[in-house]
Design a protein around this ligand. Sequence first.
Ligand SMILES: [Cu+2]
Length: 179
Amino acid sequence: MSVRLLTRIAMAAAAVSSSVVLASSLELVNPAVRAMPPTASATGAYVMLHNNSETPRALVAVESDAAKMAEIHISEMKGNTMSMHQVDEIPVPANGHAVLKPGGYHIMLMGLKKPLKAGDEVDFTLVMKNGERISMTAPVKSPEDMAAYAKDSASMGHMNHGEMKHNEMEMHGDKHHDH
Ligand SMILES: [Cu+2]
């Protein structure tokens, strides 16, 4: 094989592997939007963001044509009342994840352009701190399905956290011998 051909193969391989890394470095798991009665003008959207890289990431904005405004929020209990407010960013730690779920971080759609009913789909663009824009399509779920979803995302977040830590320990096991 000629050197030139080898170089070409190497370059092609590098191009392929770098695009694969980019595409898989942030994984969107289980997106969902809560269906609301037709009179409602706002609703919440949820997803789990997995960061399969060594670089911390952050979600800083969300865009959607489904509403006049989309913001990133966090819900918090204050005494006996649940209140929510806008946040500047939702961190997605290196080799970790961020869970947007009912009662926690969420995407807030305000000024819905049309009622969203179960079975509809909503398109989003997630804007990351590093400038990356990620497309997301989320199904609209009924209140019953959202209740099940909330349970799932609570336990899934927990389970994956353990898995992540386990993987990280295995992957970096050798480095700990340096201490
Ligand atoms: Cu909110």
